[in-house]
Design a protein around this ligand. Structure first.
Ligand SMILES: N[C@@H](CCC(=O)N[C@@H](CS)C(=O)NCC(=O)O)C(=O)O
Length: 243
């Protein structure tokens, strides 16, 4: 009740107050070894959003603390808190950040058909590519890989899908970049550490990947966490780890 009164007072007298209580900056709970976190870091960099960062160390189990459970009942990173809203999935965070901070950005376009294509690809990442990546890497880190051929087949099938998505366009959802490209490149660059994309087999995918790597947001948002993860994998893996 008190909070409601404070908010309506602040809204009313907004111009008189230097501190806008109703629009605090978003807080990102993150660990940049995670590909889904890195997709969000890339977008934050692209849109130059002012975000407060809170590190959740996945290796010391911060994600399993009661304090974090009260923020993200999924016990996963990323999570984004903005005012009263908490979002616990990277793909939804990407959409929210463009809607909230993107202005006229076409990273999540207004055109209905392209928007649906973007959603389709975000779901492809969340339900397919990221799952394959996560299954493979968690087994490598736990040193429990028993059937590498099964992982290889599943990853190669995802590469085939991506090659096909790119058959008529420069980017995944069309001829301009969208949040689908950030989502997929963060995961692809991760699984690529174990199963590099073969240029001859997947020329369009390899070209798109090279193109994405040139973006400053890839360099600042994806590379540092990817390198940290690479070092962990190189230490744990019985299989070769690539760059
Ligand atoms: N669909 C979720 C997946 C989030 C997820 O699984 N994150 C992993 C890191 S890559 C995590 O936090 N794992 C913690 C754990 O399993 O304990 C998203 O895209 O945000």
């Amino acid at each position: 009740m008190l909070l409601v009164s404070i908010r309506s007072f602040v809204r009313k007298h907004n111009r008189l107050l230097s501190f806008d209580y109703t629009n605090m900056k978003p807080i990102l709970f993150y660990d940049d070894i995670s590909p889904v976190v890195r997709s969000v870091l890339m977008l934050i960099d692209e849109l130059e959003i002012d975000v407060e960062m809170k590190h959740i160390d996945l290796f010391t189990g911060d994600q399993r603390s009661l304090e974090y459970f009260n923020i993200s009942p999924n016990r996963t990173v990323p999570a984004l808190k903005h005012n009263d809203l908490v979002i616990t999935d990277s793909h939804v965070i990407l959409i929210y950040l463009v809607e909230e901070f993107g202005g006229q950005s076409t990273l999540y376009p207004s055109d209905k058909v392209t928007r649906i294509k973007v959603l389709d690809l975000l779901f492809f990442n969340g339900t397919n590519l990221f799952r394959k990546d996560s299954d493979l890497l968690s087994e490598i880190i736990a040193k429990s890989v028993t059937d590498m051929a099964r992982h290889t087949t599943k990853v190669q099938e995802c590469y085939e899908s991506l090659e096909t998505f790119l058959s008529n366009s420069d980017f995944l959802a069309g001829n301009f970049i969208t949040i689908a490209d950030f989502s997929v490149v963060a995961t692809l660059s991760t699984v690529n550490l174990v199963q590099p994309v073969n240029d001859n087999q997947f020329p369009k995918l390899a070209k798109w990947f090279q193109n994405m790597k040139q973006r400053p947001s890839y360099v600042s948002g994806n590379v540092p966490g990817l390198q940290k993860l690479r070092a962990i994998l190189a230490d744990r893996s019985d299989f070769p780890i690539f760059s």
